[in-house]
Design a protein around this ligand. Sequence first.
Ligand code: URA
Length: 206
Amino acid sequence: MVNVIKHPLITHKLTQMRKAETGTKDFRQNLDEIAGLMAYEITRDLPLKPVRVTTPVAPCDTYELAKPIILVPILRAGLGMVNGICTLIPIAKVAHIGLYRDEQTLQPHTYFEKYPKNIKDATVIIVDPMLATGGSAIAAIDMVKKQGAQDIRLANLVAAPEGVQAVEEAHPDVDIYLAALDDHLDAHGYIVPGLGDCGDRIFGTK
Ligand code: URA
């Protein structure tokens, strides 16, 4: 399932990020804020378990989250979405997957992976701002499945239809959450209209 999260605040903030003249500080801050807003939708159906707590007034039968949450940023641009989501979900553990894209073949290569222990029982949210060819997302999903993950969600800021289709074909069990579905990929693998190289814009590199 692909879920394009529609909210005026997300649209406005993404527009600021798309502008070529937006600098590193504002780009990073808007990404942080959008990631937090997206987290609300991504976690909407999380299971709860009944608990009894004691308020200052009386015992109270209520609920809390039933499963751990693990955030998996794909390095390096995925790091830009971690703070915003962790602000909303401070109990989330953070795994890391390091992939780089071969500029010629556009294929992903793994250079780093590190996971918390409880990935089998957790809701796993893979984050990467740009879903272009889908190669990195598919590789990251393969990797967390190999670790035993069963409940996997993918969160991207902007996607190309080509990337969405590739992920849906490779992993139809993984729900995809987007802030925007753009038009197409160009010959260099950039999303059009997109927002350029997201990693470079987050970290101020070129
Ligand atoms: N990665 C980016 O940072 N931007 C794109 O448009 C595609 C992949």
